[in-house]
Design a protein around this ligand. Structure first.
Ligand SMILES: [Zn+2]
Length: 137
């Protein structure tokens, strides 16, 4: 009995978008939480600044502090946006439309999905969507 042959060499679908997306989501949530906490620490800044602003000799430090706060806000916002996109892709997996462009319905190239597992549009449609929505990312 010849067994152990490579018969039925079923290739495992190595694209398990769901697992990959879930992992990405967890990562984003973790990051957002970390940044959010940091932003929370910065929160009293406005209050404390309001109280001491008159006693600050140079507004350099203040400007620095404020811009740091802004950076954090932008980061949190970006993370949030990314997570929303990942969740969107996960929803597509569940409804069976993953890998298809949301707008034109064409198949999203596997190449693109490998780099951007959360992509729900083809490059052309995403580009158009980004322009319409004023996204620069
Ligand atoms: Zn498209």
């Amino acid at each position: 009995m010849a067994k152990g042959e490579t018969m039925g060499s079923r290739k495992r679908p190595d694209n398990e978008p769901e697992a990959k997306l879930e992992a990405t989501k967890r990562q984003l949530e973790h990051l957002a939480l970390a940044f959010g906490e940091e932003a929370g620490l910065h929160k009293p800044l406005a209050d404390s600044v309001g109280g001491v602003i008159a006693s600050i000799p140079e507004d350099v430090d203040l400007a620095q502090a404020l811009s740091d706060r802004e950076t954090t806000d932008i980061l949190v916002h970006l993370l949030d946006q990314n997570r929303a996109q990942v969740e969107r892709a996960l929803a597509r997996v569940k409804e069976g439309g993953y890998g298809m462009c949301e707008d034109c319905g064409h198949r999203i190239p596997a190449e693109r999905l490998r780099y951007q597992p959360a992509a729900t549009r083809c490059v052309e449609c995403q580009g158009r969507w980004d322009r319409v929505n004023g996204r620069t990312a």
